[in-house]
Ligand binder design. Structure first.
Ligand SMILES: [Zn+2]
Length: 117
């Protein structure tokens, strides 16, 4: 039994054939290389995988920077804290202007795979 955290997977062909699938994988590869280049302390490989899973599970909570007030300031939460009342507190950093803010979301909204969203 290996400690190497790879599990069997076979992603749906329809998703694999999308250019966005390859772009997302390439972006993860660039992120790994950037953390190495910058000598960032991410933690173990399991910590890295947990971070990527957090990114995927909270991507739907993206928000627009009110300093930029356009989609160039679209940010994704870098920290989230679900509370006991059904809300998620999310912290953001705008990649365009470095503005930081906090937002509260209903934890069951929006649905990740809601086709109307
Ligand atoms: Zn901004």
């Amino acid at each position: 039994m290996s400690d190497y955290p790879v599990r069997y997977h076979d992603h749906p062909r329809a998703a694999v054939e999308l250019p966005e699938y390859h772009e997302a994988r390439a972006a993860l590869d660039r992120l790994v290389k950037a953390t190495v280049r910058e000598s960032l302390e991410i933690g173990s490989q399991e910590d890295w995988i947990a971070m990527v899973a957090d990114m995927a599970s909270t991507n739907v909570y993206n928000d627009m920077c009110h300093q930029c007030d356009d989609w160039s300031g679209t940010a994704f939460p870098y920290r989230t804290q679900p509370d006991s009342t059904g809300y998620l507190v999310a912290d953001y950093r705008c990649p365009a202007c470095d503005h930081r803010w906090q937002c509260w979301w209903s934890i069951d909204f929006p649905y990740l795979f809601d086709p109307t969203y």
